[in-house]
Each structure stands twice: as C-alpha cells, then as structure tokens.
Design a binder for this molecule. Structure first.
Ligand SMILES: Cc1cc2nc3c(=O)[nH]c(=O)nc-3n(C[C@H](O)[C@H](O)[C@H](O)COP(=O)(O)OP(=O)(O)OC[C@H]3O[C@@H](n4cnc5c(N)ncnc54)[C@H](O)[C@@H]3O)c2cc1C
Length: 376
C-alpha cells in the first residue's frame, strides 16, 4: 500500500467520484465518499458510451454488468432529415475484439451499477452530506462535514461536478462554466423497429439522434441552436420537442415523435463548457471530472474522461513516493486528452451553429475518435 496516501475523502458520488472510490479501494486505500443528494439519484436520460468508456468499464470491473443491462453495438449512422443514409461512422473496438465499439445505457442504471460496485469495494458512503470546511497542513487535511463529523485525510478528491463547491473553495479564480449557444433535449422511447445502433439525422440548426439503451428502450437526443439560454415549464416540453422533430420526415423519426408524451422523461439542458488550464490540485486537494473539464456532448465523452481521471489518479497514487509527485503526474497524463475533448466538442458546436465547413466537422470527429482510442 502507498504510505503517502492511506485515507482519502471523495466529495461527490457521480460517475467520476464513484470510479475513484472503486479504483482506490482496489489498492487498499481507505475511502470515505460524501454525496450531497440523500437519494443518490441520477436523472432519467440515456447516455452514449464510446469504446474508450467501455475500456474504462473493463478496468473498473463493471463491463459485464453494462453489457447485461445496457446496449453495446458497432458503428453510428448519419442520415438526412428525410431518411437517406449518407455515412456510417465506424466505432473501433477499443475495449477488445470481443466488445462492440460503442453503446448506450440509461443514466440511473449506470449509476446503480457503479453505486453497487462502490459499496462492494468497502468505501464508506455517506448520503445527504457535504463538506463545511477544509483545513490543510503539512501532514494532512481536516474536513468538517455537514453531518457534524471532522475527519483527517491524506487527500481530498473533489468530484462534485460542473458547479463544484470544492473548486470554488480551493480555486476561487478558476474559470466559470459558459453557455455555448446550443441546448439538448432528451427523451426515452420504445426502440423503433429495425434500430440496433445509434442514428443521427442532420437538419439545419437541429440534429436529431436515437441510441438504444437496452434490449427494448432507446433515448432520443436533439441538439438545437439557441442564441440565449431558455427555460421551459414542464407542461411545454412535449409540444416543444415534437415541434423540433416535425420537419424530419424519415418515418423512424415520426414514429418516435408520435410516442413522446408526459411519460417520456423529457430533459432539456442548455449546454455549458469549462476547462481549468492551471493546476487541478492545491496542496492535498485534487479535482477530477466535470469539476475541472466539463464538455458539451458532441463527442459523447464527458463521462468517459471523468472515469479515466479516476483510473489514472489511482495508478499515479500507487506509483508515486509522495503526493507532490502523484498529483502533477496525474494531470500530466490527463490534461491534453481532456483539453482535446472539451475544445473539439466546442468547435463542433460552433460549426453547427454557423452552418460551417462540413469537412472540418467530419475531420474533427474522425481525429477525436482516433485520439480517444489511444491508451490513457
Ligand atoms: C446534455 C448532456 C449530455 C451528455 N451526454 C453524454 C454522453 O452521451 N456520454 C458521455 O460520456 N458524457 C455525456 N455527458 C457528460 C457527462 O454527463 C458528464 O461529463 C459526467 O456526468 C460528469 O460526471 P462527474 O461525476 O464528474 O460529475 P456529476 O455527474 O455532475 O456528479 C457530481 C456529483 O457530485 C454531487 N455533488 C455536487 N455538489 C456536491 C457537494 N457540494 N458535496 C457533495 N456532493 C456534491 C452531485 O450530486 C453528483 O452526484 C453529457 C452532458 C450533458 C450536459
């Protein structure tokens, strides 16, 4: 066991924080995880899983659970609004020859798989709890939590997402999330006949997609250009989403449109982006996942890079003599890959908004896929 790091607090039980707990526990490091949501809930949309994410699932030990409860498939098709197929994007089998190159799953199902693995790892999970104060000295960090406990740690990992309170506490000058000019709609439907992998229909200013999340269900995602943030009442969501799909005459899109109703778990989300370029650590506190690199979903890789952060951080902690070695080594291995995902995703969004160069769009997609398939 690494002597420099024997006890860790993880703040935030999302995909990144849970993955960190699992990987640190494999190395016999004591882990406390505090999650602010007493129900440890994940909202009910689907999530696209790329080959690199499947490789990370294999490392975490949750690949079989994913294959059982989610959906894995090869390739993604691109169609015009009336249904003519114009391209198929290959998805390399990054996780190994026996595992398809992409897939999808419902977020609450993935969250449950990871939560089960986190608890099984022996991590001490406290729900409905956050940190109140952090005091660092040469030998450790004292953290007071909202349940009145004060405990001492060698390392604190902030995995508390886009609006990270930990980032605010230790890096108040870090950049704030910025709105990118697009929003995404998601809904859950029964999988239309004949669909077994992701399909995207490209229209002007609106892009419709579907991806099967299990043997019977799929999620629809619609990316819309919207100059300024909007808010909608729940009662407006069905009609707004159906209106966006109306111009797409492919019968598959119309069949999905007809299914959408109040039961479809519709989620509307303006897209934001943020990248911390300075150090991701301050003393004995390190940030991972969306807390330091939040991306728009154009490469469907935000969860992937947060989970990879957790894997690489645990590896570097195991290897290094001290935290002063481990934390810079962690960021050195992670920064370029995470920057690539955040900035290429942003650029893809800008090209879509400006009706820009389709060739550049295709090249960025292809280059990003190749980069994501590289070892981490
Ligand atoms: C519209 C949209 C679609 C996306 N689609 C995809 C996709 O298809 N594929 C993909 O790979 N990625 C996708 N992403 C990105 C992905 O959702 C995120 O990158 C990922 O969820 C980040 O995980 P995280 O654990 O770092 O942060 P989060 O998921 O935000 O988790 C943070 C956790 O910390 C908890 N928390 C917050 N504050 C505190 C606090 N103060 N104390 C304690 N706990 C706290 C929260 O409750 C939460 O559980 C998408 C993102 C968006 C916006």
């Amino acid at each position: 066991m690494n002597k420099a790091v024997q006890k860790v607090l993880i703040v935030g039980g999302g995909f990144s924080g849970m993955s960190a707990a699992i990987e640190l526990r494999k190395r016999n490091i004591d882990v406390d995880l505090v999650e602010i949501d007493p129900g440890w809930r994940s909202y009910g949309a689907g999530i696209t899983i790329g080959g690199a994410t499947l490789r990370a699932f294999r490392t975490l030990g949750i690949l079989d659970a994913f294959l059982e409860r989610g959906n894995a498939a090869d390739g993604a098709h691109i169609r015009l609004p009336h249904g003519v197929q114009v391209a198929t994007i290959p998805t390399p089998r990054v996780a190994g020859p026996d595992v398809p190159g992409s897939g999808a799953i419902m977020r609450p199902v993935l969250a449950e798989i990871l939560a089960d693995a986190t608890r099984a790892s022996g991590a001490d999970v406290r729900l409905g709890v956050t940190f109140r104060s952090i005091n660092q000295d040469e030998d450790g960090v004292s953290v007071e939590t909202s349940d009145g406990e004060t405990r001492r740690y060698d390392l604190v990992i902030g995995a508390d997402g886009l609006y990270s309170a930990m980032r605010e506490a230790v890096m108040p000058d870090a950049p704030k999330p910025t709105y990118t000019g697009q929003a995404v709609w998601r809904a859950v439907v029964d999988t239309p006949e004949g669909i077994d992998t992701a399909i995207m229909w490209l229209g002007p200013n609106v892009k419709v997609g579907v991806n099967p999340t299990s043997k019977t269900q799929s999620y629809i995602f619609i990316t819309e250009d919207v100059p300024a943030r909007q808010r909608f009442d729940d009662g407006e969501l069905v009609s707004k989403m159906q209106a966006l799909m109306e111009p797409f005459s492919d019968p598959i899109v119309q069949a999905m449109r007809a299914q959408i109703g109040n039961h479809s778990s519709i989620v509307y989300r303006p897209l934001e982006s943020m990248l911390v370029r300075g150090p991701w650590h301050k003393g004995r506190v390190v940030l991972i996942g969306d807390a330091v690199h939040a991306t728009t979903p154009h490469l469907a890789s935000g969860a992937c890079i947060g989970i990879e952060d957790a894997i690489v951080l645990a590896e570097e902690i195991e290897k290094a003599e001290s935290l002063d070695d481990a934390l810079p080594a962690f960021q050195e291995r992670r920064f370029e890959r995470c920057r690539m995902v955040v900035e290429n995703s942003l650029r893809l969004g800008q090209i879509e908004i400006n009706d820009g160069d389709k060739e550049e769009h295709g090249k960025i997609m292809k280059d990003s896929m190749i980069a994501l398939a590289q070892p981490v």
